[in-house]
Design a protein around this ligand. Sequence first.
Ligand code: ADE
Length: 224
Amino acid sequence: MVKVPTKLVTWDEIVEWSMGLAEVIKKSGFKPDVVVAVSRGGYVPARLICDFLLVDNLVSLQSQHWTEAAKVAEKAIIKFPYTIDLRDNKILLVDDIVDTGDTLILARDFILSEWKPRELKIAALQWISPVAKIKPDFYYIEVRDWVWFQYPWTRHEDTTQFIKRILVEEKEKREWTFNELEVKFRESYGIYVGDVYFRLALRTLVELGVLDVKDGKYLVKVSR
Ligand code: ADE
């Protein structure tokens, strides 16, 4: 059975954590000229940091894991490697979480070599200290036991993926009720995202051709 330790993060927690992180940055005396959001996870925290620190300039850089065809190992890549001249600027690079740190290290190294800022510091809401290859200059929460944080900005994407994983894992079961799926979801992930998101994810799985709906039941389609 799929068992992934997961924590549901609320919007209120995101505001609280971002405000706390902004306070840590402020206390350090570091005053960024430009905030750079690591896309996509850093977008919301970066925008909130701009608000709390009253920073006008916000740009983003997409650094993400990429599964190469026929390879299990994922590699981090900069998706749109554009160049801007930030020679006179102090940059604050913001991400939601430092897990392995691979995407953040790649973003940092790209910015240092291509944008050449005067200074660059890293901030993240959360830092998973036992697995991270780097420690951010600023963080709000140190996580000591790995969990998947179900952030509000990936609620639909994660829920769709989580349900799909359940269907793959329980491939002998071809017919599910909403209730059975909900119970299995809670068992597997230890959280529930609420009916609105759960129904949205199920609708997405129907649109993607993974499920069919018939007489109020969800039928798993045979994959070819
Ligand atoms: N992105 C990378 N690692 C993550 C984690 N542990 N939780 C949520 N998002 C992540």
